[in-house]
Write a new protein. Structure first.
Length: 513
């Protein structure tokens, strides 16, 4: 390939079909016509490109791209070459469900199913062509396995290489590749080795962590995000302020679809907390339009879809052998946090106020306005949801959605500190230490109303000082203080004297205070 050609180079005609060029809008006949127009246009381009090699013209049938394809194959068979077909975005129509807003109408549902049917017809022709009719190889890719099982029922000679360990780094960068590029940029910019190490640590935290096979543990970097960072660093000789590339906006919409499913939001919360870790015995593999709209959306369906969409990744196996998953890095974690914030505070005015409280907190360390926000708005939302097993993790998630900021901070939920885990650490990014902002460790504790032998109304009538005087609360605060002091020693050992560290204990009483 390129400078390292394989023995089969220059042995194939190549044609590409990218179904993202086919609009999924309109009724069934319109979609079908758009599909056939697009494939015909690809065949016309093919005929024009290879006109000096093909021994006869290709006939284009305007209303039947399959017939046009058969004419192409007839011309190919009269040459010593074979056809290599590249197909991308085969999942275009079912992705319309993922990207859509609101309920799909019956007519829209019928149109999308019809589009799937038209696509299946084309794939049947592709399958037939691979049986000695001139088509030798097909490489089929998509954003997700949406439609894969349905499409391959029409093309059941396909081999799925998605989970093969030898292809784990096919669509990403290994760390040594990232380090080599950073070394060249640092040299060109006249920067120090310390800056190189700083850049590598930052990219590890925000962009690394992907693994696409349960058979290996090697993690790779997201190529879209890595290239965004590297291009910015090369051009400006400094790190980008915003770590999230806008090209990942599509993932926000897909997370929105998933969070609105039954059981979707609790699984997103569990993914953020990582306790217990998400796991399934086997990945689901049916994601056609009908499945997306009508199938039972159990945890296996939702976790599998999150994995295929790239917002969960393999993380080894559980103690009973199930596949275990995690959020790969802080950029993706931000997508989860933003989605939950929109769920918990649906009004933009509420979110704007929460963001302002967070900014004030970064400067002053005063968490009380955010605690008041939790009592007045957040806890009401949580209380209306099915959180029968609420605990510290539920409270931590609520605060995380408000406090999350990756422009100034490296946010780490359950940060390992010598085999102990702090609930939430907020460490300033090294290039942001010029500003008057604090570093934080927060420890969260939760008490049920029954542990205080008080009702919700009684707790709400108490002052903060009266609450602090309650014995169970005093015990929780003492426990949190002990943990925070231990974490502080470990963070000081790790970061030295650069930290402006504040230690904060948060005790929640039910969803009342």
């Amino acid at each position: 390939i390129g400078q390292n050609p394989t023995p089969r180079h220059n042995k194939y005609f190549v044609m590409t079909w990218d179904f993202s060029n086919v609009s999924p809008q309109g009724d069934a006949p319109n979609i079908q016509q758009a599909l056939h127009r697009y494939v015909n246009r690809c065949i016309e381009d093919f005929a024009d490109y290879y006109q000096t090699i093909l021994p006869k013209p290709i006939h284009i049938e305007p209303n039947d791209a399959v017939d046009s394809f058969l004419s192409l194959l007839s011309a190919v068979r009269k040459t010593p070459y074979k056809l290599y077909l590249l197909i991308d975005e085969y999942d275009n129509f079912a992705n319309e469900v993922l990207m859509g807003h609101g309920k799909i109408s019956p007519s829209r549902y019928k149109s999308l199913l019809s589009a799937e049917g038209s696509l299946k017809t084309i794939f049947k022709a592709v399958k037939s062509a691979s049986g000695g009719q001139g088509l030798e190889r097909v490489f089929l890719t998509g954003v997700s396995p949406v439609l894969m099982s349905d499409i391959t029922s029409a093309y059941n000679v396909a081999k799925n290489i998605y989970l093969r360990h030898e292809f784990n780094d096919l669509c990403g960068f290994k760390e040594n590749e990232i380090k080599d590029i950073l070394t060249k940029i640092v040299k060109a910019c006249g920067l120090t080795t310390a800056k190189l190490n700083q850049a590598l640590r930052l990219m590890q935290t925000f962009y690394d962590g992907y693994c696409f096979s349960d058979q290996i543990s090697q993690e790779i970097y997201n190529p879209t995000l890595a290239l965004y960072f590297l291009e910015y660093f090369q051009t400006d000789c400094e790190f980008p302020r915003q770590m999230l590339d806008d090209n990942l906006a599509i993932d926000r919409k897909k997370l929105s679809y998933i969070s609105d499913l039954p059981n979707g939001e609790p699984i997103i919360v569990q993914a953020l907390n990582e306790t217990p870790p998400l796991g399934v015995t086997l990945l689901a593999n049916r994601f056609g339009v009908d499945d997306m709209l009508n199938a039972t959306k159990d945890s296996t369906f939702i976790i599998s879809l999150l994995y295929y969409l790239g917002v969960l990744t393999f993380n080894g196996k559980t103690d009973i052998g199930d596949l275990r998953f995690k959020i790969p890095n802080l950029v993706v974690r931000k997508l989860y946090v933003e989605r939950l914030l929109e769920n918990f505070l649906p009004q933009e005015s509420e979110r704007s106020q929460a963001r302002q409280f967070a900014k004030d907190f970064y400067k002053t360390g005063d968490l009380q306005p955010i605690c008041d926000l939790m009592e007045q708005d957040y806890f009401k939302v949580l209380d209306n949801r099915d959180y029968r097993y609420a605990n510290e993790l539920t409270i931590k998630t609520a605060f995380l959605t408000v406090l999350y900021d990756d422009v100034f901070y490296i946010m780490d939920s359950e940060m390992p500190l010598q085999r102990r885990y702090a609930d939430l650490t907020m460490i300033l990014r090294s290039e942001q230490r010029q500003y008057a902002l604090h570093d934080f460790i927060l420890e969260f504790k939760y008490l049920k109303l029954s542990e205080l032998e008080l009702s919700g109304d009684e707790v709400r009538e108490l002052t903060i000082e009266e609450i602090k005087a309650l014995e169970p609360v005093k015990d929780k605060l003492a426990e949190a203080k002990k943990q925070l002091l231990a974490y502080q020693k470990r963070l000081d050992a790790k970061y030295g004297k650069c930290l402006r560290l504040q230690l904060i204990s948060v005790v929640a009483i039910g969803f009342d205070r």
